[in-house]
Design a protein around this ligand. Structure first.
Ligand code: HEM
Length: 146
């Protein structure tokens, strides 16, 4: 993402001239320990907003600029609502439909491989068990006992 300023400014000791472009990496902001506690831990609850008893999350960050996968302000991604639906139906649902277990002996490693896009260095080997079949097996087991 990038932003442009309407006048000369000094940012963190650097002069940014008027209409200069500042590029910043949102991914790095997500790993900043000054912003996020224990940034490398998988803690989904960190994204919950304080509003509504901490039961919602604010993806557009209208109050503070902290988690901004779609940018913020007037140049925010206009497709963010559509993107969220896609993510729910084509990423979250398929992931959630399976129980994931690392293959025995596979050490889970989050080390990153740099490239045009950042990928995982060592592919995760996982066994997937459809949650639906687990439930079905459970029902068969329960009803077969009667
Ligand atoms: C997971 C999916 C997506 C992500 C993470 C994403 C993220 C972003 C980000 C970070 C920006 C830059 C915002 C800024 O400069 O402040 C952007 C801009 C934009 N996005 Fe997306 N986007 C996604 C999906 C989509 C979709 C589905 C559409 C259209 C259907 C879309 C259309 C656009 C357009 C037109 C802009 C330029 C807006 C402008 O410069 O005024 N994006 N997006």
């Amino acid at each position: 993402m990038h932003c442009q300023n309407s006048e000369d400014i000094i940012m963190d000791g650097y002069v940014v001239p008027q209409y200069g472009t500042v590029n910043f990496i949102v991914g790095d902001m997500g790993l900043d320990p000054k912003v996020w506690e224990d940034p490398m831990s998988f803690k989904l609850e960190r994204f919950l907003s304080d509003e509504n008893d901490g039961k919602t999350f604010d993806i557009t960050r209208s109050k503070e600029i902290k988690m901004i996968p779609f940018g913020a302000g007037r140049r925010i991604c206009p497709g963010h609502a559509l993107a969220m639906l896609h993510l729910e139906y084509f990423v979250a649902n398929p992931v959630w439909s399976f129980e994931w277990k690392a293959v025995d002996g596979d050490d889970f490693n989050m080390e990153a491989k740099q490239g045009f896009v950042v990928t995982i260095k060592k592919a995760l080997q996982a066994n997937l068990l459809p949650r639906f079949w687990r439930k079905l097996l459970l029902y068969i087991l329960i009803f077969s006992t009667f």
